[in-house]
Design a protein around this ligand. Sequence first.
Ligand SMILES: Nc1ncnc2c1ncn2[C@@H]1O[C@H](COP(=O)(O)OP(=O)(O)O)[C@@H](O)[C@H]1O
Ligand SMILES: [Mg+2]
Length: 249
Amino acid sequence: MLEIKNLTVEVGNRRVLKDVSLSVPSGSTSVLFGPNGSGKSSLLNTIMGLGNYRVLEGQIIFEGEDITDLPVHERAQRGIGLMSQRPPNLVGVQLRDMLRVTSKGKRDPEKLAESLNMKRFLERDVNVGFSGGEIKRSELLQLAAQNPCFYMLDEPESGVDLESIERVGNMIHDLLTGGISCAGRRAMEGKSALVITHTGQILDFIEADRGYVLCDGMVACSGNPRELLREIRNNGYEECVECRLVKQK
Ligand SMILES: Nc1ncnc2c1ncn2[C@@H]1O[C@H](COP(=O)(O)OP(=O)(O)O)[C@@H](O)[C@H]1O
Ligand SMILES: [Mg+2]
């Protein structure tokens, strides 16, 4: 579904990704771990084509097509969706209108919001005055409206209280396992995802096949996500440095 080949990326004057390679097979979910500032959000933002991320080397291949230089809206049209870590407040844009636009008028905002118990937010400006958990739910609602084939979720549990984590986690589970038709076509193998998690809590709600640890802009190690999480919980990111040393030998 997604293949990242030897990606090196710069933002500002900083090299945020260095020779990163990873792949997310169709119908599977991969998880990205890593300490603060290791380049996780930069990777998702670069895949989405956002902002000032300059690809110096490497390629982003989505369903066999090189999308490295495509504008963001064309990536979205091909079925890539992003839930940002810190989405902006959109003053003057009601959530109802946002849902209408993201679904290209195909989904009824009322019905969508009702299914996620968010009807009372429809009249409000997107994210303005929303709590941490409400922002995440509003982002997920917008993703549901977009109905991508490939979901990128940037720390979906951050800023969410324990009670809301269950709600957000269940929403994500439903989105990833729900209807298999997406981006105007049938994806017979189901939806795919790349999920950043700091705490690993989201792993209680989704089936993840593969995990990657990003350190200092490089893939330090990869493996079973639950085993990686156990190592990180036990040893912090020390292991990650060791992995990198092993890899470099
Ligand atoms: N526009 C920018 N200009 C300069 N540095 C940036 C910019 N955006 C991100 N960075 C830096 O890139 C590094 C990686 O950031 P980020 O990808 O957000 O890390 P993570 O999501 O793993 O916490 C950080 O040190 C961050 O300060
Ligand atoms: Mg981040």
